[in-house]
Design a protein around this ligand. Structure first.
Ligand SMILES: [Zn+2]
Length: 115
């Protein structure tokens, strides 16, 4: 399952970044998922819960997923447009554009600790 490997890669990243002691104090992981990334936030939640059930290492950590909008920057006028309904067109000059600046990413935005 696609989402399980994403959960694993998130956890691997955090385990490389933080000491085990710090991970014990972790209470929240904030993730940004672009609407074009093919990641379904609900499935990611399910995969996380399935991987880390009660009693396991990350069970005390809450996963927060924010879905980010698709944005393009126009090559002609540099205007940034938020894309609705997959209409990849500048809202200012109406030039079609595929110059994505947001919407494909999956990133760890913030990690929260209980100090
Ligand atoms: Zn434009």
């Amino acid at each position: 399952m696609h989402e399980t490997s994403i959960v694993n890669s998130i956890i691997n990243t955090l385990e490389q970044e933080f000491e085990p002691k710090k991970i014990d104090q972790m209470i929240g992981i904030y993730i940004k998922v672009g609407k074009l990334s093919n990641i379904e936030p609900r499935l990611l939640h399910n995969a996380f819960t399935a991987n880390y059930p009660c009693g396991s290492k990350f069970h005390h950590v809450k996963l927060h997923i924010e879905s980010t909008e698709i944005k393009i920057q126009c090559e002609s006028c540099n205007h940034i447009t938020q894309i609705e309904n997959y209409n990849f067109r500048c809202e200012k000059c109406e030039e079609p554009s595929k110059n994505l600046i947001q919407g494909e990413e999956m990133l760890i935005h913030k990690v929260e600790f209980d100090d």
